[in-house]
Design a protein around this ligand. Structure first.
Ligand SMILES: *[C@@H]1O[C@H](CO)[C@@H](O)[C@H](O)[C@H]1NC(C)=O
Ligand SMILES: *[C@@H]1O[C@H](CO)[C@@H](O)[C@H](O)[C@H]1NC(C)=O
Ligand SMILES: *[C@@H]1O[C@H](CO)[C@@H](O)[C@H](O)[C@H]1NC(C)=O
Ligand SMILES: *[C@@H]1O[C@H](CO)[C@@H](O)[C@H](O)[C@H]1NC(C)=O
Ligand SMILES: *[C@@H]1O[C@H](CO)[C@@H](O)[C@H](O)[C@H]1NC(C)=O
Length: 366
């Protein structure tokens, strides 16, 4: 008894001496860190940057836009292209309308413009060289942007507003935008014929949203209508729902969600990925440990960032803990989990009662 309580004292003391993962704002150089919901470098207008090029070694930027949208649909930003930056639009709450069309096939008139109304958990992925524009549609909308490579956000911090802007330019001096990888496409007319949340080819909430082979068109994945994988590695269930993998990003990054069954942090497998990993929690509680830091628990909206080649573990402290992930390459954590797993056609992991023979027998007797 005495020995045990002494051990407890010593282990508490050694934990107390470790560094904290929680930081008050986004760091200016790569390190493991965590931010509470809403924390991070901010700009006026509701933009918060929990991960930047500086904090991720230029792997990616995560930009949360929290704003009151307008119920009147219509593009809120002029249509434009990025030539180097891949930009994903993920709706955390509210509704966002996104339009997209590959630039070359728009010019040659060999593709059809697509638009989707994104609700909670829906994503539109805009590869570079894709014309796009978007609009926030609901009060209390959160749009989470993922921009790759990191560093594009310098545009938001450094752009100059023109004293005499051209019509439709959003206040910018259009000839100065190219240095920020922004190329306005003022001739592009966003279509306004949405029915059931979509216009243009492809399924939405009405059928399977398969991932394409390449990045020659916008990629749309409605919540739980995309491909899913289940893995039981490490003695817990994980459903991986990719939005983009290395296949759709030329190996530059990946993004999706993971749904995790509860488990002890002490038994969680150690992850060590060559590329950076970030999580943003959506449901439940995520217990994370990073080598050399105090263990932490994250809840809805909290973000954790782990640089490449850094060991960490994660475990769910509540049923159906779900988080968005971003990795800085095509072969990060999600790739490993899908390799270890199998295709899965449900948004739920197997439930203990339903899986046991006794429960099945009971159901059949009723
Ligand atoms: C990134 O770091 C550079 C160099 O220190 C600095 O000038 C820039 O303001 C930083 N960007 C952000 C978004 O913090
Ligand atoms: C583009 O192609 C569509 C369908 O083939 C056609 O109806 C339309 O007239 C074309 N537009 C232009 C500007 O050539
Ligand atoms: C826009 O930027 C260009 C290049 O920096 C400059 O020459 C021009 O005067 C600017 N125009 C306006 C209206 O600010
Ligand atoms: C894909 O990446 C390779 C090397 O990393 C590069 O040479 C190639 O141009 C890239 N392709 C596209 C479409 O960006
Ligand atoms: C991690 O280590 C690998 C192999 O040494 C290296 O190629 C990679 O660049 C490293 N990643 C980071 C983010 O430093």
């Amino acid at each position: 008894m005495l020995l045990l309580s002494l051990c407890a004292v010593f282990s508490t003391a050694s934990l107390a001496s470790a560094a904290s993962l929680w930081v008050p704002t986004t760091p200016q150089s790569p390190r493991p860190y965590a931010l509470k919901k809403g924390d991070g470098i901010k700009l006026p207008g509701g933009n918060t940057f929990p991960v930047t090029g500086n904090s991720s070694g230029n792997a990616f930027c995560i930009l949360n836009t929290n704003a009151d949208g307008s119920p009147v649909p219509g593009a809120g930003v002029f249509p434009h292209v990025h030539r180097k930056t891949y930009e994903n639009f993920y709706t955390v709450k509210g509704r966002v309308q996104l339009w997209g069309q590959n630039f070359d096939s728009y010019v040659s008139n060999t593709s059809v413009q697509q638009t989707r109304v994104l609700g909670q958990g829906d994503i539109g992925a805009i590869p570079f060289n894709t014309i796009h524009t978007f609009s926030l549609l609901e009060p209390d909308t959160q749009l989470t942007g993922v921009l790759v490579p990191g560093g594009f956000e310098e545009f938001f911090f450094n752009m100059n507003v023109s004293p005499s802007p051209e019509p439709g330019s959003g206040g910018f001096n259009i000839s100065e935008l190219a240095k920020w990888d922004v190329y306005p496409q003022l001739d592009f007319v966003p279509r306004q014929d949405v029915v059931n949340g979509k216009a243009g080819p492809g399924n939405w909430h009405d059928g399977a949203n398969e991932l394409p082979e390449d990045m020659s068109a916008p990629i749309w994945v409605a919540r739980n209508y995309g491909p899913k994988w289940l893995t039981e590695a490490g003695g817990r269930y994980q459903i991986v729902t990719p939005f983009v993998t290395g296949q759709q990003t030329n190996g530059t990054f990946s993004q999706g969600t993971i749904t995790l069954s509860p488990g002890s942090p002490a038994k969680a497998p150690v992850v060590k990925s060559e590329v950076a990993t970030a999580f943003m929690v959506e449901e439940g509680q995520l217990d994370v440990t990073v080598d050399g830091y105090d263990p932490i628990s994250l809840i809805d909206g909290d973000v954790v960032f782990v640089p490449g080649n850094t060991s960490f573990t994660y475990a769910a402290g509540a049923e159906f803990t779900k988080f968005m992930y971003v990795t800085g390459g095509g072969k990060g954590l999600d790739y490993e989990l899908m390799e270890a797993g199998k295709p899965w056609n449900s948004a739920m992991y197997p439930q203990a009662e339903a899986a046991s023979g006794m429960a099945k027998g009971r159901m059949f007797r009723i």
